[in-house]
Design a protein around this ligand. Structure first.
Ligand code: 0O2
Length: 209
């Protein structure tokens, strides 16, 4: 892209960012309300913590160029689903699915896409539940539906993903084959650990009832 066009695109993208920031706030508030309600009803917080990030104009453009997506507002909005990204770190595996269900059941949310990398982990070993949600943002000129990507995972899955991400970055994405295999093994161990912790939680909960 020519330098001037690039500049115009970046300033257009910066305007879009304010709307996507609003999308993050909407979903974050919904999650916080669900978590608080769950605590009162079931004496358990399903969410450990929430992280969010807005994709920078530079990364949006980079992704658009890599994927051959035309750099227009409409096409970026239709094809890049993770401009607004929220990561929900849950305590237990069941919490991941419960929070996803309660969120997608809400009247103003439309589920656009689900990728269940917990049921079907990625080749790397990566596990998370990815949702693309459509949520309306109410602006002065009316409402505008936007996409927000929500990644839900347990603390254990997050521990693996964060470290693996850093390791990949350190090696410029050229992780040696034997280390890749070890990382896959670690992911399997983590998955077993998650199920064990879930089981302990369920047994203790039953005892209290
Ligand atoms: P960042 O910095 O986290 O945003 P696309 O999103 O269109 O590029 P795809 O295949 O549709 O590609 O998306 P996918 O794989 O469903 O989800 C992509 C995001 O999931 C990544 O975002 C990571 O956050 C996470 N992810 C996917 N695979 C792995 C993995 O093997 N290891 C780790 N640690 N994270 C993974 P970005 O944009 O790559 O990065």
């Amino acid at each position: 892209i020519a330098k001037t066009t690039l500049y115009e695109n970046v300033s257009e993208l910066m305007k879009m960012q304010q709307i996507y920031e609003a999308g993050i706030k909407e979903i974050r508030t919904k999650l916080e309300i669900l978590d608080a309600e769950f605590k009162v009803k079931h004496d358990h917080n399903p969410i450990h913590h929430i992280e969010s990030r807005l994709k920078s104009p530079e990364s949006i453009l980079k992704k658009a160029i890599n994927k051959d997506i035309p750099v227009t507002e409409r096409s970026l909005e239709e094809n890049i689903h993770d401009i607004a990204g929220i990561r929900v770190i849950c305590n237990y595996v069941d919490d991941v699915y419960k929070v996803a269900q309660l969120l997608t059941d809400q009247d103003d949310i439309r589920l656009v896409e689900v990728k269940d990398y917990i049921a079907n982990p990625k080749e790397s070993g990566y596990m998370s539940l990815h949702l693309v949600l459509e949520v309306p943002i109410f602006l002065s000129e009316g409402s505008k539906p936007i996409h927000v990507e929500v990644q839900l995972r347990t603390i254990a899955m997050d521990f693996w993903a964060s470290l693996e991400h850093k390791l990949k970055y350190k090696t410029d994405n050229n992780v040696p084959e034997d280390i890749k295999e070890e990382l896959q093994e670690c992911a399997k161990t983590i998955s077993k650990l998650d199920l064990k912790m879930q089981n302990i939680h369920n047994r203790l909960n039953k005892k209290r009832v």
